[in-house]
Design a protein around this ligand. Structure first.
Ligand code: GRG
Length: 311
């Protein structure tokens, strides 16, 4: 594998190339490798493959790879970074399965097809999510060959922090404030927890593989802030698209936030002001990277893509 650094990035071409890399690696892991482990009982692993291997933009995995490539020219750890990117996508996909459950957001559609509990059963969907949550950490421990054990622990800590202190409390608050009024600060905090923490952790994971970023506080702090800001902007755009786009384009049911009386930026300040806030957050995010010795402009390009996306 080689790293190609371009000054003028064709973002669509880059996204397609990186998504293919991740898709193929996920197929290899969940369809070919560990043949016995990933087969029995068939229903469980079919549900995992159904929700994970096909579909998804792979943005969190792509951010992990892009951060590595931005900080490290040496491709020696690139294959391990790809495995970590797949572990991150496994974590993200499990959060989507659980998010869709009847006791959570109760959504019948995900990635353009029936959500996991609709295609299988509620109990299988819960258990597929559980298996994915633990398999992701197994992949970081046992599916990587070049990175040190210290780095593996650092990545596991970063990602488990994102779930324990980000997604889980974020989801609790999101459900708590459904159909209840709250202020914009509270909504921002929910977006930070349920969405931005995993985006931040994906970026930090790529950074940890590339360098000792915990020692270089300027790099760690900049990536941290960059991740949180683009993560919040990403969720704001998600909520705008829920209003302005259609179910086919989104691959999930549009118009749900209004129906479920969710507390969102567009509901609070309107679509245009929400767009302005997402744009400002993205500019602030990009400016945090300015002083870093990056080898590529891919991270700012991805930040721009994330607020201009249509699904
Ligand atoms: C298991 C500890 C633990 C916690 C999970 C269910 C849950 C708690 C949290 C839900 C978090 C969640 C799904 C937030 C929404 C984030 C979001 C906007 C997802 C959509 O991401 P995309 O557009 O989806 O990147 P694709 O399909 O492209 O991957």
């Amino acid at each position: 594998m080689t790293i190609v650094i371009k000054s003028d990035i064709d973002i669509k071409e880059y996204l397609t190339k990186q998504k293919n890399l991740i898709d193929n690696h996920l197929k290899k892991i969940f369809e070919d490798d560990f043949e016995n482990n990933y087969q029995t009982p068939k229903e469980l692993w079919d549900a995992v493959r159904y929700s994970l291997v096909y579909g998804g933009k792979r943005l969190r995995g792509i951010l992990c790879l892009a951060t590595y490539e931005s900080l490290c020219k040496d491709p020696v750890f690139l294959n391990d970074c790809l495995t970590v990117a797949c572990a991150i996508e496994t974590l993200h996909a499990m959060s989507l399965i659980h998010d869709d459950l009847p006791s959570m957001d109760n959504d019948d559609l995900r990635r353009g097809k029936p959500s996991c509990h609709k295609a299988f059963s509620e109990s299988t969907a819960i258990l597929a999510g559980d298996a994915m949550l633990t398999t992701a950490f197994y992949l970081i421990c046992c599916g990587t060959n070049q990175i040190t054990n210290d780095k593996k622990v650092e990545i596991i800590k970063t990602l488990s922090d994102a779930f324990s202190f980000g997604l889980a409390p974020g989801q609790v608050l999101d459900l708590f404030y459904t159909n209840k009024d709250c202020d914009l600060k509270t909504i921002e905090n929910i977006y930070k927890l349920k969405t931005a923490e995993l985006i931040k952790a994906s970026i930090l994971s790529g950074g940890i593989i590339a360098q000792d970023i915990r020692k270089d506080k300027s790099i760690f702090n900049a990536l941290n802030l960059f991740g949180l800001k683009i993560g919040i902007a990403f969720q704001i755009i998600d909520d705008i698209l829920d209003i302005t786009s259609d179910t086919k384009t989104l691959g999930k049911t549009s118009g749900k936030d209004e129906k479920q009386k969710k507390q969102t930026y567009p509901q609070k300040v309107g679509i245009q002001e929400s767009k302005n806030i997402a744009k400002d957050l993205t500019s602030e995010a990009k400016s945090t990277l300015m002083k870093l010795p990056l080898h590529s402009k891919i991270l700012p390009s991805l930040a721009d893509y994330m607020i201009n996306r249509i699904n």
